[in-house]
Design a protein around this ligand. Sequence first.
Ligand SMILES: [Zn+2]
Length: 93
Amino acid sequence: MFYFFFFTPANKVIGLILLLLWGLSMWIFAYIPKRINARLHRKVLDHGYQICIHCGYSLRELPTQHRCPECGNEYTFMQLEHDWKKWYSVKSD
Ligand SMILES: [Zn+2]
């Protein structure tokens, strides 16, 4: 009902513009999180899964079992690798 209002002859152009803007915003909302996720995935792989799963802090050059200096989350590198692999297998990107 709401959409038909925009397609009365007088509002056809406005309706089309709004439709295009709506499509564009849908594309942006789908595309940007995907890009952010791809960038994070690359970072995780570059660091050999030594990234805090809670805050994304690099845990390189820290002991294999310790607390994240950024958020205080306890980790082991084995657990992190397992968690990251699980995260990306669920997201299947
Ligand atoms: Zn952290």
